[in-house]
Design a protein around this ligand. Structure first.
Ligand code: AMP
Length: 227
């Protein structure tokens, strides 16, 4: 059975970190739309040129562009056995497009990560990422430490300045939080308390995924009985 997961939650909730862990544990592809866009900006591709200004302002790249990016990525062979989507969908139109794209792929597990507003502002303000591999710096590392994975330099993301962070959180509130209503009636929707130590957040996610796979298996059995 394939594992199809989306991570919902505001910037700074820990979606990327937890998505990477989950992807490793289940040997399934992680797709981060933010990473795809940052790579495109670095490469100077057409997508990067479209995205750069919008990202620097803390706004959202247009839905049709993002839907095209994700549709193309999900169509590749390495996404056949499932995916963990980090950062998509971010609007209701993106969610309805995703429903269309994955109609024949089994259940969608929705992990909704919740963290208090002021904690998010604090986390984003101190966040540093590796300018080479994109890994998050451990906040306990001393100033000037290099990335333990690749030796790269830790820098602040251009959209993590305080002014842009507040704009991104406002955009989340206006555009992305309605997705909770969109998904919350699903039996595979789970609220995750993201304001806990990393391991405790991972444990909640593991439990949610186990429950979700049980729902998926029951649905398949039910379908076989009624056919
Ligand atoms: P993230 O790394 O997920 O925080 O994304 C960084 C920025 O990329 C966002 O602030 C948006 O400008 C853009 N972005 C990423 N994913 C999406 C999406 N699904 N829809 C629109 N814009 C996106």
């Amino acid at each position: 059975m394939s594992l199809n997961v989306i991570m919902l939650g505001p910037p700074g909730a820990g979606k990327g970190t937890q998505a990477a862990r989950l992807a490793r544990e289940h040997h399934v592809l992680k797709i981060s739309t933010g990473d795809i866009l940052r790579d495109a900006v670095t490469q100077g591709s057409h997508l990067g040129q479209v995205a750069k200004r919008v990202m620097d302002e803390g706004h959202l790249v247009p839905d049709d562009v993002m839907v095209g990016v994700v549709r193309e990525r999900l169509a590749r062979p390495d996404a056949r056995h499932g995916f963990i989507l980090d950062g998509f969908p971010r609007t209701v139109p993106q969610a309805t497009s995703l429903d269309d794209m994955i109609r024949d792929r089994g259940l969608l597990t929705v992990l909704h990560m919740v963290v208090p507003f002021e904690e998010l502002v604090k986390r984003l303000h101190i966040r540093r990422i590796c300018n080479s591999c994109g890994a998050n710096a451990d906040p306990a590392m001393p100033d000037g430490a290099r990335c333990p994975k690749c030796g790269g330099e830790f820098v602040q993301r251009t959209d993590d300045s305080e002014e842009i962070v507040r704009e991104r959180l406002k955009v989340f509130q206006d555009e992305t939080s309605p997705l909770v209503q969109y998904y919350e009636k699903s039996p595979t929707f789970f609220t995750i308390n993201g304001n806990l130590p990393l391991e405790d957040v991972s444990r909640q996610i593991r439990e949610a995924v186990t429950t979700s796979m049980g729902v998926g298996a029951a649905t398949v059995r039910q379908r076989n009985v009624t056919q």
